[in-house]
Design a protein around this ligand. Sequence first.
Ligand SMILES: [Zn+2]
Length: 269
Amino acid sequence: MQWQGRRESGNIEDRRGMGGMGVGLPVGGGVGGLVLLLLFSWLTGTNPLDLISTTSAPQDQSVGTTGVRDKDPQAQFIAVVLADNEDTWRDVFSKRRQAYMPPVLVLFDGATQSGCGVGRSEVGPFYCPADRKVYLDLSFFRELDQRFGAPGDFAQAYVVAHELGHHIQNLMGTTDRVRSNEDSVRVELQADCYAGVWGHYAAQRNVLEPGDAEEGLAAASAVGDDRLQEMSGRAVNPDSFTHGSSQQRMEWFTRGFRSGNVSDCDTFR
Ligand SMILES: [Zn+2]
């Protein structure tokens, strides 16, 4: 995918390097902030608790949307993918005469606080509907490459676009329709289809390179439930699928990719 020199989204909260201290801190400033606060209280004789009560902010405001702080290529790539998704969905929504509200993407390592509880990198990237943020530990992409055998930048872009697909569902009210395991599969496949819709628009912008679509398909296939179950040494059991089989995931991604049409992504029909 061609991405260098393109617009990076500013809707990124870069919590990397906070040493897991993004979890449950009362003041937004990390350990350093806390030490400074105590030092300040000690110097001025004020009660630190008074200061905390006036300066404390909800966790999700402690960092703010600063964009990528460390200008490493991996994070910059994600910021470009996010910007590309913003352009796509703004377009799609405006055609439907709706306003698009872009989500925030949180970069973290290890663990961090989310509106859906503590997010840990072991669970992989996820979207939290409560705070409308996508949580991503970049180490997942190493897993995707080495463990799941899906390398390439477009494979990573697909993962991000899939999570952003859950945001689209949140805006469209689809998330509320989930009542069973089967519904959960439908939601996941729809997010794959929405990732495909983004891919369609990216192709129209001429930013895809040969092999990109295949990389996306490989990633969709690699994270299918049947493949994950096989890899974990369990027998494949469709009843326990929560994301869909590799075949299904590839099919729905392709569907969105071909037409670029949101209405072709009705997995509930
Ligand atoms: Zn998902």
